[in-house]
Design a protein around this ligand. Sequence first.
Ligand SMILES: [Zn+2]
Ligand SMILES: [Zn+2]
Length: 210
Amino acid sequence: MAGWSIGKHRLEVDVRAPFLTILLDEEKMLEHVIPTHLLGDYPLVVGKRKVMLRRVRNLDVARSEVWIDGVKVPPSEDPIPRRKPPMDGVCEVHPGGTAGYREPGAMPAAKLACGICRVGLCNTCAAVDGVRCKSCFEQATAEMVRAERELRIQGPLLGVALGALVFIFGLAFDIPRMAGIGLAAIVLVGINVGIGYAKERREAKNRPSP
Ligand SMILES: [Zn+2]
Ligand SMILES: [Zn+2]
């Protein structure tokens, strides 16, 4: 189940067909409303934040994205705690701060500590999710992009592997029809990837920015 930590809250999307179940802090927020195959934008309110749940195509399957203020929030496997800053702590990453020309006293007070690396943060230096510093957020974003790319090729790869297996089996046991089915399966995967890719491109072009 995909999950996002936003401020003090945890948002989770369960994609068991036929409808999405959206949980906020483990309580059902929305169910029986959004079909799992339907793509589109669904505005949600998480604490004080306006959050956009976006269902987009990933070749052949729909995928969930969470956007805040036009920024895509990387999900996290486990909840990220909203940490309190140390007493009298200042923002440790403020521009012109620790490494800069300003006196430490001129640094704004820390309002929270990053849920990942615990660095003290003022509100402007926290990422849009309100739990991470910007550098931990960016690192998670890079991981999200990598995971999305892997997910994309997993399905088609499996299809091709199965097709190849059937094809080899057909050849080995001299069953031409079986070999033919294996080949056809590989071609079909290719066609599906092509169609999925074309749809994905068209939808991305028509989608407004969140
Ligand atoms: Zn700051
Ligand atoms: Zn951090």
